[in-house]
Design a protein around this ligand. Structure first.
Ligand code: AMP
Ligand code: FE
Ligand code: FE
Ligand code: ZN
Length: 282
C-alpha cells in the first residue's frame, strides 16, 4: 500500500513531519508522498527520518490554480511530483514569491476581519501555521474565539468568496500552473477531480485542455471518491492517456478525523504500488 497525497503541519495538516513518518511506518506504507500546499518544508524535515527508517518518501506539493474567472470562479488543485529530479530553481523562486503574496493576503484578511468586527491579529493565526499560513488556520482561530461554530461556518461567514470580509488572492491558471510544474521537472496531476464541481462533459473538456498544456496525471483514488467514481476516473484516465494516481489527502486527526493515512475514509482508498512505478517511468 502507498499514499501519494498527505499534509503535515507545515501547511494545514495537524501532524508534524516526524509524526506523519511514524504513522506511515506503523501503517506499513511502502511509499508516502508529502504534498503540502505551497511548501516543501514538511517534506524536507521528513526526508532524513524517512531515509533512516527505510521509507520511500516522494517529493511532492499541492498548488492552487484558477480554472476560470468571476462570476463563476472555479479552482483546481494541482499535485506536482518530483520523482526523478529536484524542483528547478525557477519553480522554487516562483514558490517563494507565491508565499510572499500569500503573506500579504493574510495581512489584508486579518485587517478585513477586524473591519468586520472580529478581534483577530495575524499573530493569532500565524501561531497555527508554520511555513504556510492559510485560511484553514484563520478558520480554526475564528472557531476558538467563538466567532464561528465550525470550520465550514467560518468559511461561510468570514473567509469564503461569498463572505463580506473575503480577500481575493490571484492564482495562475491551470494551464500556466501545469506548464510551470513541467518546466520545473515535475509531474503535474489534477487532484480530487470531484471537487471541480463540473458535470462530466465539462470536466472532460477541462482535463483535455489541461493535458494539452502538459498535464500528465489524474488523481483517481481519493477519500472523497466513492468506489464507483474511482472506477469512472480510472476509465477516464485511460481514455485521456493520463497516468492514474491516488492518495488519502490525509490532514491529521484534528483536521479531518474520519480520514486515515493510506486507506482514506472507511477504507475507500487503496493505491497500488504500480502507480508510483508509473510515475517513475515517465
Ligand atoms: P488559502 O490557500 O489560504 O486561500 O486557503 C484555501 C484552503 O482553504 C483550501 O485548500 C481548503 O483546504 C480550505 N477551504 C476552502 N474553502 C473551504 C470551505 N468552504 N470549507 C472548509 N475549508 C475550505
Ligand atoms: Fe489542505
Ligand atoms: Fe486539495
Ligand atoms: Zn491535499
Amino acid at each position: 500500500m502507498i499514499d501519494l497525497h498527505s499534509h503535515t503541519n507545515e501547511s494545514d495538516g495537524s501532524l508534524t513531519p516526524k509524526e506523519l513518518i511514524d504513522l506511515a511506518l506503523r501503517t506499513g506504507l511502502e511509499a508516502l508522498a508529502i504534498t503540502d500546499h505551497d511548501t516543501f518544508s514538511g517534506y524536507e524535515k521528513a526526508l532524513p527520518l524517512a531515509q533512516a527508517a527505510g521509507l520511500d518518501l516522494v517529493h511532492g506539493i499541492e498548488l492552487n490554480s484558477r480554472v476560470n474567472s468571476a462570476p463563476a470562479a472555479r479552482y483546481a488543485h494541482i499535485l506536482a511530483y518530483f520523482v526523478s529530479r529536484a524542483p528547478g530553481a525557477a519553480f522554487v523562486s516562483w514558490l517563494t514569491e507565491t508565499r510572499r503574496e500569500r503573506a500579504e493576503r493574510n495581512e489584508k484578511l486579518a485587517a478585513s476581519l477586524r473591519a468586520n468586527g472580529v478581534e483577530i491579529t495575524l499573530a493569532d493565526v500565524e501561531k497555527r501555521g508554520r511555513s504556510l499560513t492559510g485560511r484553514p488556520h484563520f478558520a480554526r482561530v475564528l472557531v476558538e474565539k467563538g466567532y464561528a461554530k465550525s470550520l465550514e461556518d467560518a468559511f461561510q461567514r468570514y473567509l469564503g468568496e461569498e463572505a463580506p470580509s473575503y480577500v481575493h488572492r490571484d492564482s495562475l491558471t491551470t494551464a500556466e500552473t501545469v506548464a510551470l510544474v513541467r518546466a520545473g521537472g515535475g509531474i503535474p496531476v489534477v487532484a480530487h477531480p470531484i471537487r471541480l464541481g463540473m458535470d462530466r462533459a465539462a470536466e472532460r473538456v477541462f482535463l483535455e485542455e489541461a493535458k494539452a498544456a502538459g498535464l500528465l496525471g489524474l488523481e483517481v483514488y481519493h477519500s472523497e471518491h466513492s468506489p464507483a467514481l474511482q472506477q469512472y476516473y480510472l476509465g477516464l484516465a485511460g481514455e485521456l492517456d493520463l497516468l492514474p494516481t491516488g492518495g488519502s489527502d490525509y490532514h491529521g486527526p484534528s483536521v479531518k478525523p474520519d480520514i486515515e493515512l493510506g486507506t482514506g475514509r472507511s477504507g475507500n482508498v487503496s493505491v497500488p504500488l504500480a502507480f508510483l512505478t508509473g510515475l517513475r517511468a515517465l
